[in-house]
Design a protein around this ligand. Structure first.
Ligand SMILES: Cc1cc2nc3c(=O)[nH]c(=O)nc-3n(C[C@H](O)[C@H](O)[C@H](O)COP(=O)(O)O)c2cc1C
Length: 201
């Protein structure tokens, strides 16, 4: 039986959607699993932990059509560390936009990294609408796909799954726009301020 290390690569790991996806995965996976948030200070600890498992699952958000820099920095450390074991790497990635395919480039980045470092590549789950889906009735669609991902990893298969909210782009845009406007209002930020390039008021 394998053992899996789940690494949350979200820059806001303790409060992230990725944390919730990772928790659902742990529940669905029949293997022993160990969960860790990725921080600037624990790279070495995670490299050592990766030497003790058969599989690593990276759970992270899409940032600017790619992988977040927090995760990129860890991948550089892991490469330099030169792991003794070569665990199979799987990926669970979520993005804010509706289309799960938005995650394709980030998946390719992970595949390339694994190829260059002699790490076997496992399975993938791409989630669209990842900021919202868990608080909607479509949560069950994600849970079902996470179960499939867990099963594929345990069976050592190379599978790719994806899931999103079954909404039209127009409905998604309307719902997300009013969500963010209300969110801004709660924090004293106007729509115009949110649309500007200024990140500090
Ligand atoms: C700096 C930044 C860049 C982002 N870039 C994208 C993007 O290119 N495409 C996308 O669909 N979502 C993008 N998002 C949205 C996140 O992927 C989404 O909110 C995700 O649910 C965050 O997951 P987390 O809570 O696990 O960090 C971005 C979010 C931030 C903060």
């Amino acid at each position: 039986m394998g053992k899996i290390l789940i690494i949350n690569g979200s820059p806001r790991a303790p409060k992230s959607n990725s944390k919730q996806y990772a928790a659902l995965f742990s529940k669905a996976c029949s293997w022993e699993s160990h969960y860790r948030d990725l921080t600037r200070a624990n790279h070495l600890e995670l490299c050592q932990a990766a030497d003790e498992v058969s599989d690593v699952l990276f759970v992270f958000p899409l940032y600017a059509d790619g992988i977040p820099v927090t995760l990129l920095n860890f991948l550089k450390t892991w490469e330099e560390y030169g792991s003794r074991q070569k665990p199979t790497v799987s990926v669970l990635i979520n993005c804010g936009f509706l289309e799960a395919e938005q995650n394709n480039v980030a998946v390719k980045m992970m595949e390339l990294y694994c190829r260059e470092n002699g790490l076997p590549f496992g399975s993938v789950l791409k989630i669209g609408g990842g900021e919202a889906i868990l608080s909607t009735p479509f949560r069950i669609l994600v849970q079902a796909k996470i179960k499939k991902l867990a099963r594929a990893i345990v069976r050592q298969e190379n599978r790719t799954f994806q899931v999103t909210m079954p909404l039209s782009k127009k409905m998604f845009l309307n719902a997300s726009t009013s969500y963010w406007i209300r969110y801004g209002e709660r924090h004293g930020i106007t729509r115009e301020q949110m649309a500007s390039m200024q990140i500090e008021p």
